[in-house]
Write a new protein. Structure first.
Length: 277
């Protein structure tokens, strides 16, 4: 592995840190380019540090943070440090004022260093690292009462160095895989299918509905036919099993802790790791 300072700069709901060993155990022994169309917090990317990588997400604020760190790490560090330095003893009102400032910038589509800094600050000071928006696309996660520092400066500089060689895209997952060829590895940390079929929660306001899951399963099949190594993780549900079963893929069920369920007894669940090699 490469630089030990590389670890996710975000706390990301659905992030893959706890599954990393199980994913790495099942990876192809060698591959050409690395593709991750749902980058999220980037746990696997930062663990592997592949020499040639393409990352993507539909979430424009998230990708703005990656691009800002890649291109302007010192401006970014300075902006986040400034936000951190002003947290009062009771940070609640401050958090909500920054959340409002962030949302005002979203409405104006001001994807800049300040937005990236606000995005990361809110991520570290919101409940469970959730990224949830309302019907208008505005971030609405409450405060977590923390006054912790939002970033580790050394880590941001190391991430910036690494990201300079990574192609960073923002948009649809299918488009992100357009150039994938035989021998490339595509890792899909796909938005979770609901455990309860009636509750398709949207991850960004574009949402990831049943049709999106079907389109993803078709893409997995197309990339398989092309000779790409593909791996996908999701909840172990009947819906996912119906989409990917009987295709000759390997499907390994693993236990995970779920931090998001408000009912602690339901915080142990099953995920499935699906791969085509």
């Amino acid at each position: 592995m490469g630089n030990n300072n590389l670890s996710p700069f975000l706390k990301w709901a659905g992030g893959k840190r706890q599954l990393l060993d199980k994913i790495i155990d099942r990876m192809p022994k060698s591959f050409n380019n690395y593709y991750e169309p749902f980058i999220g917090g980037g746990a696997l990317l930062f663990e592997l540090q592949p020499a040639k990588a393409v990352i993507n997400d539909i979430n424009a604020s998230l990708i703005n943070a990656y691009i800002t760190i890649a291109e302007k790490p010192f401006e970014f560090i300075s902006a986040v440090t400034e936000l951190d330095s002003q947290i009062p003893e009771d940070g609640k009102a401050y958090y909500y004022s920054l959340r409002e400032r962030y949302n005002n910038k979203l409405v104006k589509t001001e994807y800049d260093t300040e937005l990236a800094a606000l995005f990361v600050f809110l991520n570290k000071h919101c409940f469970n690292g959730l990224y949830r928006v309302n019907a208008k696309g505005l971030f609405n996660v409450p405060y977590n009462n923390s006054k912790r520092e939002s970033i580790n400066n050394e880590s941001i500089i190391a991430i910036s160095e690494y990201l300079k060689n990574v192609k960073i895209m923002q948009g649809d997952f299918e488009k992100a895989c357009n150039d994938a060829q035989r021998g490339d590895f595509v890792f899909f940390d796909s938005p979770y299918a609901p455990l309860n079929p009636t509750s398709f929660e949207s991850y960004t306001k574009e949402g990831f509905d049943i049709e999106s899951h079907k389109r993803l399963a078709n893409l997995f099949e197309k990339l398989t036919d092309k000779g790409c190594y593909c791996m996908l993780t999701n909840h172990n549900t009947e819906f996912i099993n119906d989409l990917y079963g009987n295709k000759g893929y390997k499907m390994d069920v693993v236990s995970v802790k779920r931090m998001i369920n408000s009912n602690a007894s339901k915080r142990v669940g099953e995920e499935v790791i699906i791969y085509n090699y």
